[in-house]
Design a protein around this ligand. Sequence first.
Ligand code: TYD
Ligand code: MG
Length: 467
Amino acid sequence: MARAQSRFVCQQCGAVHPKWAGRCEACGGWNSLVEEAVQSSAPKGLAAGKAKKLELAGLGDGGEKLVRRTTGVGEFDRVCGGGLVPGSALLIGGDPGIGKSTVLLQIVAGLATSGLDCLYVSGEESLDQVRLRAARLGVTGAPVQLAAATSVRDMAASLDQAGGPKIVVIDSIQTAYIDNIDVAPGTVSQVRASAQELIRLAKARGFTLFLVGHVTKEGMIAGPRVLEHMVDTVLYFEGDRGHQFRILRAVKNRYGPTDEIGVFEMTDRGLAEVTNPSALFLAQRQSPVSGTAVFAGMEGTRPVLVEIEALVAPSPLGTPRRAVVGWDGNRLAMLLAVLEARCGVQIGARDVYLNVAGGFRISEPAADLAAAAALLSALSHEPVADKTVIFGEIGLSGEVRPVGQTEARLREAAKLGFLNAYTPPRNGGDAILRVAEIRHVRQLVERFMERGDGGATVTPVRQRQAR
Ligand code: TYD
Ligand code: MG
């Protein structure tokens, strides 16, 4: 039977199709199929002659190999789970210009200065450009070995030897290519094959491999999702380019927790660590204003206090606008529905804007209560009580559910000078702050709507139904 000579691979999801189509059937992406030559035929059967028996080992054997190398950048080590593991592969994704190359150059410069053999392979920038960046960062004295290369064959030739570098950075994996694969660099097959070869080398030679990956418009690492499966650790570098700080987030980590973040600030001399992020996300304000609430959140093991701002305005449109930055839009819709249906707060016909200050992104459901407070405060023009932090998850019936790590949140708030807290019902324990336990959102509504000035009136649900 004649074999198909080419196949079509979706550049977004990696699905393989026998025929070209405008739309990938697997992921629905438009115009994402690229033709590729079929490389080799699948094995017909397992030739027993070539096989050798598996080498078996116990779980306890060879454990001493997993010694982590700390980079000296505390925020980075935290995200990696306490340092770099030899033989592991890390993928760092992020928007263009967010600072991936900068942070990696700083890290290898630090490691090289401490005596480790480091190699930085740039596929995007010329050596002079990398040197220029190094000069800007003030690390020209670090003994980092530089190379401008894109061919994985060349890289392998210099890496596949004993006594090679201990840390290798490939910036970026989208520029790497293997010359016997007949498609352009950056395509799924190239990225996958290049990464596979480099990761294999990293495991065989015991160096730590950093791969820089571009992200697509949708915010995923460009090319195949499989890349995320192949590496040991996936880090995303995020942040708003309009803001100074950047957040490094672990989304997958075989050697550590995934809910940690590292916070950096982009200065004119590279990225600086931010060890107390809470101070950064809180606006310095003399007098309280309405429409803001401070959320005591957790990022991994670390408490982070952020300010949530809300604006509620009369809507000139038939369909009111809802705009959210830094939080989930669906979560806001749910919250507005709960406020309206369970507490009678008439907010549905107004424009609602919600913003998390400082370009931070909140993913915790525990932010519900703080967002509700910001909304109610904006609606009533009544500021949230001074020096108050808020957290708690709101259920569809309006009840406030407990969230984890209450004590850590309260301790961080106390450290930053807060005096009061609105929390979900707690089961005992001494509180460091003056705590008001909120069992139902209605209790929160009462705190804002009592005076009812600013035209905001609360109509109890029962009364409205009777009308
Ligand atoms: P870069 O590391 O090149 O981003 P990526 O590799 O993710 O594409 O970051 C470049 C951006 O950072 C650029 O917009 C300039 C800014 N920058 C500084 O503000 N200070 C610095 O010291 C450096 C090196 C870059
Ligand atoms: Mg770069």
